[in-house]
Design a protein around this ligand. Structure first.
Ligand SMILES: [Zn+2]
Length: 464
């Protein structure tokens, strides 16, 4: 009898649940040609209505997923979406019917919003805002992982119920060995991901994890610095379906030592000061060297790989910042140290970034500041030999955060174009001031004001 009663209750809940979702759908007839909302605010309201329905049905987990779906974006931080092969919210095959119904409604709303985003991305591409468009294509796929046009733009192919990139991560025994390292073939393995070629004597699982992390970094770098590797015209053609982006070329070379001792021992003859470094990018061989273990900082890897990615866009003869403007060559890798992967998205910048906090202290507490009319003319050599190198390096990181994130990123496009031009060796006089439309003195003053808006972060071992 108890069993019957339980079954009755279950059926009853199930029935009301079915009705509840059905009523919801009937209330808001969705014309398939027109999304029911036009912007994120309307989308958020529809998601909240769905979450409320979940509450009334006792679907606490589904209500939470629905409410937390829209990533809350804080000012002064950039957000990038990372494409998954499948929808991460997909219920299990044996999930209750009511959960599957929730998911179907959730997907309908997301599909509608993906269409809004796709139209917006097309408009951005046509208006020659390629980085904004390319970034939105990634967001389209977070909302609707089966958006075929967005998948096509990013080079995915359908395989069963999954979408696969053209290349995946593979492990092989060491075939071609990195030049500077004294390894024999049986002493190392090679891990290939779509854009990286990691040779390592560490555990394969460590190299695999690194490859996965660096692929995400690479993806974010391509979104942010779109114009460094492509062009507005190319994006327009790809979005219109007239061509594809070129397949990845030669992979970026990474050597991953099993520990720090091995890193120092092997690289000592190449770089006498190796023992003060935590990662090293060798321009000549275009190879980045890192080591495994808890004492290996991820931020340094993001920094050195950013150098590598910019360098990969230019000819071997280019030595950026050789005569002037060297600071911006360092500024973008310093900014990329703030890279933080999250579940389905990543962030860059933010007031809690460690480098920004140090820069804030230099500017506000120590009152150290090398004005831009002194900093910008410095070449690589003159910066490296400057008596205040350490303090200037901190300031450069602060300037990078300022240019990228102050005042809703109003200087960001100028900063990215400046970095792109300097990294490609194409630097006319007054490039920064012309791109920014501000004098050095105006930028100096804006930097000071920006720093005053950054709240002091108590020393913590991580980000909140
Ligand atoms: Zn650097």
């Amino acid at each position: 009898m108890g069993t019957d009663e339980t079954r009755m209750v279950c059926a009853c809940v199930l029935l009301s649940a079915l009705l509840a979702f059905a009523v919801h759908a009937a209330d808001e007839p969705v014309a398939k040609s027109e999304p029911v909302f036009k912007d994120e605010a309307g989308y958020a309201a529809s998601l909240e209505a769905l979450a409320g329905k979940c509450d009334s049905l006792g679907l606490a987990g589904e209500a939470r997923v629905t409410r937390q779906w829209i990533v809350r974006r804080e000012p002064g931080r950039q957000y990038f979406f990372v494409v998954a092969e499948q929808d991460p919210t997909q219920p299990a095959d044996d999930a209750p019917t009511v959960v599957k119904q929730w998911h179907s409604h959730f997907r309908d709303l997301r599909r509608d919003y993906a269409r809004v985003l796709w139209e917006s991305a097309l408009a951005d591409a046509e208006a020659r805002r390629p980085a904004a468009a390319y970034r939105k294509v990634h967001e389209v796929l977070r909302e609707d992982p089966d958006h075929a046009e967005a998948r096509r733009v990013l080079g995915y192919k359908r395989s069963g119920d999954r979408w696969q990139p053209s290349e995946r991560i593979r492990t092989q025994s060491g075939r071609t060995l990195p030049p500077t390292v004294g390894w024999k073939r049986n002493e190392c393995v090679r891990v290939d991901s779509p854009h990286f070629h990691i040779t390592t004597d560490a555990q394969t699982s460590v190299a695999n994890a690194m490859a996965a992390r660096l692929e995400v970094l690479h993806d974010v770098w391509r979104q942010l610095f779109f114009t460094a590797w492509s062009s507005p015209e190319q994006l327009q053609q790809v979005m219109r379906g007239k061509r594809q982006f070129p397949a990845p070329g030669a992979r970026y070379e990474i050597v991953l030592f099993r520990d720090r001792d091995e890193y120092v021992r092997q690289l000592k003859q190449v770089e006498p000061q190796i023992d003060v470094t935590k990662g090293y990018y060798q321009k000549g061989t275009r190879t980045a060297f890192f080591y495994a273990g808890d004492d290996s900082p991820a931020a340094t890897q993001y920094h050195e790989v950013t150098h590598q990615l910019f360098h990969g866009c230019t000819g071997a003869s280019v030595d950026p910042g050789e005569h002037a403007d060297f600071w911006i060559v360092e500024a973008m890798p310093l900014y990329m140290e703030s890279f933080e992967p999250h579940n389905g998205y990543c962030t860059l910048g933010g007031p809690d970034s460690e480098r920004l906090q140090y820069a804030r202290a230099r500017r506000l507490n120590e009152n150290f500041y090398l004005a831009l009319d002194q900093l910008v003319p410095l070449s690589r050599t003159s910066l490296q030999q400057h008596p205040d190198l350490r303090a200037i390096y901190t300031e450069i990181a602060g300037l990078a955060h300022f240019l990228m994130d102050s005042q809703d990123g109003q200087l960001r496009d100028a900063a990215i174009e400046y970095a792109r031009r300097v990294n490609s060796g194409d630097v006319p006089a007054d490039l920064l001031t012309r791109l920014a439309g501000k004098s050095f003195a105006e930028l100096d003053a804006m930097y000071f004001e920006f720093m005053k808006t950054i709240p002091k972060q108590e020393a913590t071992d991580g980000h909140g």
